[in-house]
Design a protein around this ligand. Sequence first.
Ligand code: ATP
Length: 796
Amino acid sequence: MMAAEGWWRRGGGSREGRTFKRCSEVLHAANALEDAMQARSDEGLRDFSDELRRRHTAGTDLSVLLPEAAALVREGARRVLGQRLDDAQVLGGAALQFGAMVEMRTGEGKTLAVVLSAYLGALTGEGVHVMTANDYLAERDATAMGPLYRALGLACGLIVSGGAKESTPRSRRAAYAADVTYGTPSEMAYDYLRDNRAWDPDGVVQRGRRLAIVDEGDLILIDEARENPMIRRSGRKPDPLYGSLTTLVGRLRSGRHYTVDTDRRTVVLTDAGTERVEDLLGVGDLYRTADAQLLRVLDAVLKAKEVYRRDRDYLVTDTGAIEVITRRTGRPMTRGSFPGGLTQAIAAKEGVVVPADGHYLGEVTMHRFLRGYQRLSAIGGVATETRAYQDIYGLEVVRIPLGRPLRRVDQPPRVYPTASARLSAAIDETAVRSAAGQPVLLGTVSIAQTEEVSAALTAKGVAHRSLSAKNHAEEADVIAKAGRAGAVTVVTRMVGRGVDIPLGGGDPAEREAVVRSGGLHVLALDVFGARRDELQMRGRAGRRGDPGGSAVFTSLEDESLDRLFGHKNQWALAKFALDPSDTTRAVAYAFERALNGRTEQDVERLCSKVRYDDVLGEQCDQIYRQRKAVFDVRDHSAWMRAAVDGVVARETAAYPAAGGDSLRLHRALADIYPISLTPTELDDLRYDGLLTRLQADAQRAYDEREAELSPEVMRVFEHRCILWAYNKIWGEYLDASEDLMADTNLSTLTGGDPLAHFRNEAARRFATLPGLIERESVHHAFHQEVIVERDDTPRP
Ligand SMILES: Nc1ncnc2c1ncn2[C@@H]1O[C@H](COP(=O)(O)OP(=O)(O)OP(=O)(O)O)[C@@H](O)[C@H]1O
């Protein structure tokens, strides 16, 4: 066997070592079955697959079937794809099956390793979700691996977002009905959120969250979970209120009409401001008459006007999209959005297209969504954040040794005194290597840097291609050609992740020439945020035993060095800059230490974030469970009748017998149902029988509503009212939780345990939800116009 055995002996005592030992046993057993499997016909392979399924249904544990499954998948892949799973891939697939975060170095063939675990999981008939970094990769992998699954008697589905390929709910349901479904985690999370807002079980597209296998696991489980926390289901249409209220607040003056608190990021209308808004809107009492959405948008446009600044808090892209700048890194967040309609308000302020309102359709964090799967496993090129995988996802890291020895030559980082010295050195080196027929991949940290490098290459007369676009398919095409003889390609940091760079671009003769030239050379300009990012970048070269090289060029002017080493330690780096070509171990050691320290800090931050999010996660599970239970009840009239009584009782309880304002109570009740008593009658009843009379009055109104709609329609309508109330109240609760989180952050400044504060306050607020859901259901039942369609289904 491969180098793995020696490795296993070294790590045999640890938990990781034990798991690896189990994987090695699977590999040995699979190897022993290889001849028998090769002797089977194609049909024989499918029959064997059916047999494995039957044995599992009859009670045999999947781990027992693992060696046979490995032998079967290996033989299937050999026949269908012309790629026999090598030992590292069997080990990786087995480790996935044991529920690990598997580290398999870049280019080792993770896509195929995933198939083994997905195949086995699919034998349960429960549906496996294979997630990867973007739509392009999901489609590529589903297309490439689909024939293999089919040959083994399994169906493979694909979920992608946007464009012409956007699937309909029906095609999505079909894709999720397949044994194995490929997609991105955000797309699958959208479906999860959408399912939890469905009006009936037929509207649900997913079959549940049983088993998820995450490819590009380091990116998704760590980076996306940290940088892009919220996955929101956005509303369909942009709200025109953002435009009109932006114009309106343009006519208000700071100080006179509102006060601004930049630290707390709040803007509050003064009395004069409130009056001015009422005048401009032509409404009486703003806070009584305006609906929640108007007040929310007003708040957002005021903040957009006064608190949020372009190029500091957000960017406006060439295509007119608003991108949030992460305060921690100063970099734009991919697909991130500001809370509470701020993104829309900023778009309106900047005069670009206002995106659909992301307000209260449900949201979930990446880690909460993934942790919600009954079984989770992941695979990635570099798994440096061991503690995060363990603590957050319950995944132990299992490292798979290289299938073939690494022939890539990694140079330690070089430090140049200035950015321009670094640029010239990089351009010179690129020109020399390219002229000698060696392909060079230049990795930059920003779009601006890509442009700068591209201009310098052009000035030097070096033909090249550069990429910073967000079109993954186009990127993949350019990246795939980056291994051609003498090719020079400039890419921004994460571009092309997961895409293979075949030496010679797939041409065998050219490949030979490129191999002779030393293989692909990766040159990273600047250190990236984490050690893992650096290794990913270097890992574009030297794949599957190919020759290659990698280098990192930094400069003392790089902000990243400042962040990495701190201002104080800059002097220590300066000595390295005296001779950048002196690639001694001291430089490598200094960088490695700093990057590891940074990784630790990032992990701690992520773990702390998750502790907060867990509070909301438990509440979300409860609400979704309750909402799902609504589907199981056919007749909700008793619940609604009780809710009517409960809602009236709560409103009345807030009205003290002595000194109570009967006009106010009347107004509050009239907002819920068509009250027939007058304020004077309420006054007369205040000491005697007020609640009984009001409840009887509300029940009478409910009788009338039922008579108006017919009992049959009312039953269906009640069902919708309750579901509607869950959607609305939970959405509002999520919005309010964001504010609570912001308040909690402030409370850290004043001492105390912020997590305990957050937990207590969230629990207190959550306890009010059942009452609010009842109120919203009753309000909706009385106020919503009902249109009965031809098929007799009422629609709120
Ligand atoms: N068993 C095999 N036999 C032959 N070729 C293989 C085998 N497994 C994978 N390959 C090829 O190796 C290349 C790399 O595979 P893949 O893209 O799955 O690697 P990876 O580990 O996911 O890389 P990355 O870390 O960059 O995402 C692909 O061209 C793939 O077709």
